[in-house]
Design a protein around this ligand. Sequence first.
Ligand code: MLC
Ligand code: AMP
Length: 479
Amino acid sequence: MNRLFPALADPTDGPALQFPDGTVTYRELAALASDLGARVVGRSRIAVWATPTLAAATGITAGLLAGVPVVPVNPKAGERELAHIVANSAPELVLTAPGVELPAAIAGLPRIDVDVAARPDPQPLPAEPPADAPALVVYTSGTTGPPKGAVLSRGAVAADLDALADAWAWTGADRLAHALPIFHVHGLVLGTLGPLRRGGSLHHLGAIDGQTLAAAVADGATMVFGVPTHYHRLAADFEADPEAGRTVGGTRLLISGSAALTAVDHARIEKATGIAVRERYGLTETLILTAARADEEPEVGTVGRPLANTEVRLAPLPAVEGEQPDGADSGLGAVEVRGPQLFSGYLDLPEASAASRTDDGWFRTGDIGRWTDSGLLALVGRQATDLIKSGGYKIGAGEIENALLEHPAVAEVAVVGVPDPDLGEKIVAHVVPAGEAPEARELVDHVAALLSPHKRPREVRFVESLPRNAMGKVQKKLL
Ligand code: MLC
Ligand code: AMP
């Protein structure tokens, strides 16, 4: 296949990556990543401790240059989650920024500290692996069980980034600004590998607020990526500091994804910046599927058109017992997709991989959508109530319930997502205590330490019993 990063094969002195811990040009990155790549070449898989740092981004780039599949690890993963990821993906070593104290679950692996201040000689790049060779294993939650490792091929990454380049007229002249985590598709594939594939640059802000973003745009950022929670908070910042909003209006594109942006926040951002936010839609397993194009005015409430070479269809919704079928005449359907950007399968989970597709090979997204008159996709919800999107993170209710049930003070529990203006949905745990109710804080910290801080309940409600149907199943809709 063609090179994943042509700009690293023939590097210039143009800017590549800027993170809070450092900045590199393409020439510097090519030398750092090829030198590091030469040290990992031939490994079956490597983990990268994916802090939002130049060191971690360089480590991921090095693995990809060397043709070695990379597992980006959430540096805040709790002990259970981290142990699962390490056992499931079996990386041969871990790359990290220097000075990091790794938790026990991963500290046993051989470790390479990435020194971004070094200026090594560039090493020859190995031949590019074929398009179906794995590039990344990205962990994502399902309704139940531990997170699954989605295997994304080099060809899938390249195809998706090229289709987005077409949708957004994204070129090597663009400078992208964001503050997304780099262990998920949004901040990693789109937000880090995207600029590198185009030969443009990334300004990773570490954390985002109105003034930081305004400074980045004044410094040349032409595109901004964020989850709706970022835009919600930016809207408030711009209302307090209109000058920051006007400065951010100097950028070319504001793009939101990973969850739905409310019409209210759309309007607030447009009022403050003069720019209508464009939404795009995808999943870890499918990468990005649809996007509001740069050459069209975005329609609020839609996620744009299918990308080039991407097929999206709406299948009849399965009837839910005791409910009116709302498929046919409402135009709603289950979103199913096909395209070159789809994942290769879940790591070591052939049954889950097979179940994710229909008999005729389409991937079931689990989202419910409809087409607008202008041929754009609008998402109206999800089929599974047990999947929660909070701050743009996908979180399985069952995983949190199981973690809480391990706490001795918890007898029964039901976890739901409750609408929240800042996080989209917030995780609320309904707990029947075993004996005297514990401090809510204790349960929250228990989940954060075992799974991940972003999976912690934002609210714990102690109840005497859970509503159950005749079969004994908890009726979450009544909570
Ligand atoms: C708080 N913290 C705790 C804690 N309470 N840590 C341990 N134990 C506790 N009990 C820490 C948090 O880790 C965090 O640290 C800080 O305190 C603030 O906590 P928070 O309130 O949870 O963070 P918040 O500011 O609300 O985060 C909002 C956010 C975040 C928008 C920054 O949700 C985010 O980064 N979302 C992006 C998700 C994403 O990239 N999704 C893409 C999935 S791919 P610290 O240091 O972290 O601030 C996908 C496909 C697609 O969906 O379409 O893109
Ligand atoms: P993840 O598994 O974390 O990749 O999350 C994928 C899910 O995020 C999708 O199935 C959608 O439900 C949701 N999602 C992504 N982008 C959008 C968007 N622009 N609007 C609404 N939901 C979105």
